[in-house]
Design a binder for this molecule. Structure first.
Ligand SMILES: Cc1cc2nc3c(=O)[nH]c(=O)nc-3n(C[C@H](O)[C@H](O)[C@H](O)COP(=O)(O)OP(=O)(O)OC[C@H]3O[C@@H](n4cnc5c(N)ncnc54)[C@H](O)[C@@H]3O)c2cc1C
Length: 417
């Protein structure tokens, strides 16, 4: 059966198995030579690709267990962020932060360092407190900071290399409401005042079409649940789709079309439970590269890439997304050297992206960036070793956990074998 990722850029001719219990999962792992586990398949890199077997936890039921102190919850690892945040809400709880969509599985999002935005808020992996894993030998193990600590440190950003996570203990916070505000601002003004704006809002990000001098600024702030219900949004996806399709056929029109689109009134207001305000729908397929830059040079790096696109009049049809993520101490996290600015570059899935991303990547790498593991990059083993001081220990834990390389695929071998 053919498997494909969300954007359609990665496919695999592998069997897809959906075990219904931990015993079935263990039996599958024991009988396979090689396998990869998948969540929602939202990664752009070939993380889940396998020539033999892809395992999905979609049919493993499970329930959520809230700790007596209500500070952590044990959650089935294959549950989507959508499902788990709805279940937490029922209990009066929430995740402190989320990314901009919610179909991803909890395990898949943590395994790649998936993040939202916020000056002092870390990636989802920083919320993990412990993992239950079925290992390459089919045995179930628990790991946390005290039990199997090396396995835990590696598993916090695991890329699926250490076993199949079946349950994850996650830090949770009391449920809260958010107010979203979207507005058009001058790029020059946002560039000048970004640090100040970032201090004023719990979450802030902006979208930047490279041929416009305006950006779309989005902020999220806690609000009173009794405040008035949602008002309006003027962001019209149908017209964006039309513009993308014209750009795909006539790429030279891209600069004109983007400026035209940004002339329209862009504004929006929403309010509601945090878990329903964090995510947006993404129905237009794109390919994405993201680099995490030292925060102090993030805006400069973005300006450099946009300047290069403008000079060369390159047909980059999607906007850049600019977010901030707090520092962490996770071995393979691109946030482990300090707070970052996360710069995402997208291209419409119907248009060429390889050469564009390669040139932009050189700019990001040159400025000291490290890539998001799930999004397009061209790192190899030597780059990983040079960029990550803990890479040797990570690989040693991988070898001990999976001596026969059961959880490797070609891409993982090129990075960690
Ligand atoms: C539309 C869209 C929006 C996105 N928005 C954001 C965003 O806001 N912020 C951000 O940082 N990223 C974002 N991403 C990237 C996305 O969050 C990551 O690709 C994430 O890993 C996807 O989760 P998934 O469940 O689809 O994982 P998959 O892509 O299916 O798998 C990712 C990795 O997790 C491993 N894995 C999955 N399940 C398990 C398990 N049970 N045990 C062990 N390993 C496992 C896989 O083997 C693989 O290595 C976005 C991607 C898309 C397509």
């Amino acid at each position: 059966m053919a498997w494909s990722n969300w954007s359609g850029s990665v496919t695999a001719n592998a069997a897809v198995a959906r075990p219904q219990s931990v015993d079935e999962l263990a039996a599958l792992i024991c009988s396979a030579n090689r396998l990869r586990v998948t969540g929602a398949g939202h990664s752009f890199m070939p993380l889940c690709e396998s020539g033999e077997l892809i395992v999905s936890l979609d049919d493993m039921v499970g329930t959520i267990h809230i700790a007596a102190d209500r500070r952590t919850a044990r959650i089935p690892a294959g549950w989507s962020i959508r499902r788990l945040t709805a279940a937490l809400w029922e209990e009066g709880l929430a995740l402190a932060n989320q990314g901009d969509v919610n179909p991803q599985s909890l395990a898949g999002a943590m395994a790649t360092g998936t993040h939202g935005t916020g000056v002092d808020l870390g990636s989802l992996a920083t919320f993990a407190r412990g993992f239950e894993l079925v290992g390459a030998d089919g045995e179930t193990r628990w790991c946390d900071a005290a039990t199997n600590p090396d396995l835990y440190q590696a598993q916090r950003l695991s890329l699926g290399l250490f076993g199949v996570a079946t349950e994850i203990e996650v830090a949770v916070v009391p449920a809260f409401h958010l107010a979203e505000r979207i507005e058009k601002r001058r790029w020059a003004e946002v560039r000048e005042s970004y640090d100040e704006l970032a201090q004023q809002h719990r979450h802030i990000e902006f979208w930047f079409f490279p041929y416009s001098d305006d950006v779309i600024l989005k902020t999220l702030d806690p609000c009173d649940p009794c405040d008035p219900p949602p008002t309006t949004t003027d962001m019209e996806e149908a017209s964006f789709r039309r513009i993308l399709d014209i750009s795909a056929r006539l790429p030279f029109l891209t600069p004109f079309l983007q400026r035209l689109m940004m002339k329209s009134g862009i504004s929006g207001r929403r309010r509601g439970p945090a878990h329903s305000i964090f995510p947006s729908d993404r129905t237009l397929r794109f390919e994405e590269m993201e680099y995490e830059m030292p925060r102090s040079i993030g805006l400069e790096a973005l300006a450099e890439v946009v300047g290069w696109i403008r000079r060369k009049r390159l047909p980059v049809t999607f906007p850049f997304e600019y977010r901030t993520v707090a520092a962490d101490d996770i071995w393979m996290s691109p946030m482990n050297a300090g707070p970052v600015a996360a710069i995402s570059m997208h291209q419409y899935a119907k248009m060429p992206w390889t050469a564009l991303f390669a040139d932009a990547e050189a700019i990001f790498r040159g400025a000291g960036g490290r890539p998001h593991w799930a999004k397009r990059h061209t790192l190899g083993r030597a780059d990983v070793a040079a960029l990550y001081p803990m890479a040797g220990r990570y690989v040693a834990v991988r070898r001990a956990a999976d001596p026969h390389g059961k959880f490797l695929n070609t891409h993982m071998e090129s990075l960690f074998a």
